[in-house]
Write a protein that binds this ligand. Structure first.
Ligand code: CO
Length: 211
């Protein structure tokens, strides 16, 4: 028990020493503040570490993670992160990154109860309902799950665009692009779903705020 936990603190000391060896000013520079260009909204899954898979360093990426990378517009945590990232840090890109084999998405595809989390998974089930014709037509379960992961990411990107926070940034001509990616835990490759959202014109009219 103790060993597995103390390993982390020992690793930290080694990491500090390595950082200082390659850049003596590393911590001094970071202590002055952060100016990240990216907000990452990813899954809590331990196999999808935002900085490691994108080759970004501390200071480069503002990060929010939850089960199945959801953008729930009544989630105070998500809204606070989004507001600070867009209004104060003025990030240029928001990336929603899902991953194939996502446990949250797989659970949402089934009918088993897991406890409290069922209430969170319901947001993912809503995505299935919206796209049920397309998803039900895919007979292979794994293929259907992969498509569901992709559709869920795209739905979360749209949900970001619907927020007043993102729309106000666009109304104020602040450059802000929303991206949907899916990470493949089998080979480490990120699949850009290629449906970047750049302004209110990309949203269904009912969600658009007038400028
Ligand atoms: Co996941």
């Amino acid at each position: 028990m103790e060993k597995s936990y103390k390993r982390l603190l020992q690793n930290n000391k080694k990491w500090v020493a390595n950082q200082l060896k390659s850049d003596p000013d590393f911590f001094t520079d970071l202590s002055h503040g952060q100016t990240p260009e990216y907000l990452w909204i990813g899954c809590s899954d331990s196999r999808v570490p935002a900085n490691a898979i994108t080759g970004t360093k501390p200071g480069e990426m503002f990060v929010h993670r939850n089960i199945a990378n959801m953008v729930v517009h009544s989630d105070m945590n998500l809204l606070s992160v989004l507001s600070y990232a867009v209004e104060v840090l003025k990030v240029k890109h928001i990336i929603v990154c899902g991953h194939y084999g996502c446990g949250g998405v797989l659970a949402a595809m089934g009918n088993k109860q897991y406890g409290l989390i069922d209430n969170w998974l319901r947001h993912i089930k809503d995505v299935y309902r919206i796209h049920h014709t397309q998803l039900d037509a895919i007979k292979d379960k794994k293929e259907r799950a992969n498509k569901f992961v992709e559709l869920n990411v795209m739905e979360q990107v749209l949900d970001l665009g619907k927020t007043s926070i993102v729309q106000n940034a666009w109304i104020q001509k602040q450059p802000l692009h929303l991206h949907g990616w899916v990470y493949d835990i089998h080979d480490g490759i990120i699949n850009d779903l290629g449906a970047t959202i750049r302004g209110t014109k990309d949203l269904h009219s009912i969600y658009r705020f007038a400028d």
